[in-house]
Ligand binder design. Structure first.
Ligand SMILES: C[S@@+](CC[C@H](N)C(=O)[O-])C[C@H]1O[C@@H](n2cnc3c(N)ncnc32)[C@H](O)[C@@H]1O
Length: 361
């Protein structure tokens, strides 16, 4: 008995150490990539070097603390069974090896757009009809915005590099409030529960939700057909029911009222103009059944993280993020309350902020 207890402890300690090393490796790679690519970009786009203010050593220390706390929380949530510890190591290695060189090959196109100050440029073969105008942007200077297969293939890797390998750990923070929110429906068989991920992109959050809630029916919407194809590919890689994916505008969700028990959305709101943010919240409220829960994840804001104000002000200057500045000052709690959500809870993990709220019974 005693020896099996110790063996379990040893396995746990080893898994934790492996996870920490895995994250350290991703951080080192992310920082090295950013340093090098910034230096080279500054050579080709000299104006860019003076953009953005330097971060103080206190800010960097605070960031490091938040990073360590996020990793610990990720580990603890897995340890407590909110999801399997296998998820901690989830990484698209084949995409990494295949697409990392492509990230570099895409840089000269980005420099060209930076020099020309062209942030709404798309390859001629891309059909731009039917999209809201705010969406037709090269967010982060991405080639073809969200509208090409190449963009969909590079996206996960670019986000991981941006967040020094912590993007998935931040996405997984929606799982605990999501599961807690669904406790409201404990009397319903979980195979009859429906969860919608709004702006599901390449499907990483759906993958994590499916792993944490394998019996629940999952749905995803996104405006980008290319990203949905990539999501479908990712979700096919492992066993499990395939989420139903639909190309749609989150401002007009193609579902009847009261259809879902939960709605999630990750990293969408900072890319929406204010009115669209309100519309997406209103639509999420409409499609949720009474008692249903909404869980949102996006960037930190000035109100909750004033110590990161410089970082938040640098972000839209260095990357093309036309709605970010307004987002950092927007009151999403008020927006949620305005459409009728109650029990609004707010938390932060690393550089992300999370809202959970309930549609009243
Ligand atoms: C920053 S990405 C986030 C994707 C994904 N949730 C993630 O965690 O990586 C923003 C996503 O929102 C989608 N999007 C932006 N505006 C949208 C809208 N009005 N309706 C639906 N999807 C939208 C984009 O196509 C893109 O996939």
């Amino acid at each position: 008995m005693q020896s099996s207890f110790n063996a379990n402890n040893l396995v746990e300690s080893l898994t934790k150490a492996a996870y920490q090393s895995f994250q350290d490796g991703k951080s080192i790679f992310g920082v090295a990539h950013k340093n090098l690519s910034n230096r080279i970009t500054n050579l080709f786009v000299p104006n860019r070097a003076n953009q953005g203010k330097p971060l103080t050593s206190q800010t960097l220390e605070e960031l490091q603390k938040r990073r360590n706390k996020l990793i610990e929380t990720d580990w603890q949530d897995a340890h407590q069974g909110i999801y399997s510890s296998n998820l901690l190591f989830d990484n698209s290695w084949s995409d990494f090896f295949f697409y990392y060189p492509q990230v570099w090959l895409d840089l000269p196109h980005m420099w060209e757009r930076l020099n020309e100050k062209e942030y709404q440029s798309f390859s001629p073969e891309i059909d731009q009809t039917g999209y809201p105008s705010y969406y037709l942007q090269n967010f982060h200077y991405q080639t073809d915005g969200y509208l090409s297969e190449l963009s969909a293939s590079l996206y996960d890797l670019q986000v991981e590099l941006l967040f020094n390998g912590l993007a998935d750990a931040m996405r997984r923070r929606i799982l605990k409030p999501l599961k807690e929110g669904l406790n409201n429906f404990a009397q319903i068989n979980s195979s009859q529960l429906r969860v919608l991920d709004v702006a599901c992109g390449t499907g990483r959050s759906l993958k994590f939700i499916r792993a944490a809630l394998p019996k629940v029916s999952l749905y995803g919407v996104d405006l980008s057909a290319a990203y949905l194809r990539k999501a479908n590919q990712l979700l096919l890689e492992e066993l499990g029911d395939l989420p139903q994916l639909l190309q749609a505008n989150a401002e007009q969700l193609p579902y009847v009222d009261n259809y879902f028990q939960a709605v999630t959305s990750v990293f969408l709101f900072h890319e929406l103009p204010p009115a669209a943010r309100q519309n997406v919240i209103a639509e999420s409220f409409r499609v949720l059944s009474p008692g249903g829960v909404i869980v949102l994840c996006d960037s930190i804001q000035k109100s909750d993280s004033p110590e990161f104000t410089t970082m938040m002000e640098n972000f839209p200057v260095i990357f093309h993020e036309p709605y970010f500045r307004h987002y950092t000052e927007d009151n999403l709690e008020e927006r949620l309350a305005q459409v009728g959500f109650t029990d609004i809870q707010v938390t932060n993990h690393f550089v992300s902020k999370y809202w959970s709220a309930r549609k009243p019974l």
